[in-house]
Ligand binder design. Sequence first.
Ligand code: NAG
Length: 407
Amino acid sequence: MKPVFVLLVSTAWTFTGAQDYYQGLMDYLENRLLAIEDRMQLWHEQSHRYHTELLDFKKLTVETMDGLRNQHSVMFKDLEGAAVRVDRVEREVDYVEIQTSPRACANKADKVVEQGAWRLKESRGQEEEEEDEEDEDWEELHSRVSDCVEIISGIRSVKILKRVGSPKGMWTRDPRSSKVYVFNGTSGDNLFQFNSVRDFSRSPGVTSSRHIRLPSDWRGPGSTVYDGYLYYIQQEENADVQVVKFDLLTGSVTDAAMFPVESHATVYNLNPETVADLAADDEGLWLLYATSDSEPNIHLAKMDRASLDIEHIWDTRCPRENAEAAFVVCGTVYVVYNTRLASRSRIQCLFDVNDMVSSEEAPLIYFPRRYGAHASLKYNPEEQQLYAWDDGYQIIYRLTMKTKLLV
Ligand SMILES: *[C@@H]1O[C@H](CO)[C@@H](O)[C@H](O)[C@H]1NC(C)=O
């Protein structure tokens, strides 16, 4: 019996020992699981919190975005309003300028200014005319040019053809042919000839042109071409201005005449490179110039195209100050003004050698808004259009005309 008891006891002991051991393990595991559960609960709570926070943040962002968007559209509306106001102010300034401008008027022709030294007719061996013959001379001119009775009434259209060359330059068409001439820059001894405006606009750069070299430099964008002849301004350093007539067909100088003006006076205050400005039409060769730096007005001389004799001289009473360019239509000079910070060019002074344009019909014409400022404006009487050079762009302005009121 004794061994059985011992075995029982030992088994019981062993059994209770194992049970204790497993119980301990279970307790341990349970604790661990509880701890993990706790932690999971914590994570869950945390992730829930994060999620909520994220949602809140998202809501906030959306609200902020909406706010910004609203502010943006408010600002945009404000800007639009400001642009409209600026436009209105600009128009008002234009209007005020029109109302107050002392130059939006036509100037009556002065009697011919007679200056013996400038009568280059002597070079042709003619006698100085008598004082009393002057009126006849005047009448003759008057009747001769009065069959041209058109003045500009507006700018019909603009065509931007091309951009070639420097910001400053000039281009023009011979009114007697279709040929186009391009003068790049503000001086040089060369120019480019194209067969037509179309050839010029189709040409890559100036490659399809005839390159013409002159025996001397042209100075300033003031040249003109008429009936196969080029008339250009030549001025050596500190020397007198000369008008040179060049035969484009034969490539030779046919004539030249001195023009004794002060060497540093230039005709348009806003384009100081334009020493003097030539224009040729049926009536002859017109020269716009400044007599000296201290003389505030633009002067006009009419020359004989064939001989380069000076026939008449006028003070146009159009100021050089803020003048950008000018051109001659039917014996009337149109001076174009601008501001130093280029804004809108406008024809604001005109001068009729025939005294036929009255102040009431003198138009104040604005050019369309452009890139920069006109370096030159060349009028073609055949097509009634202007060849303009604006910041390297070649532009054509087509004009509308009306008949002068005959008085
Ligand atoms: C025009 O002249 C400028 C310099 O004044 C020069 O750089 C340019 O190459 C010239 N363009 C042409 C087409 O000759």
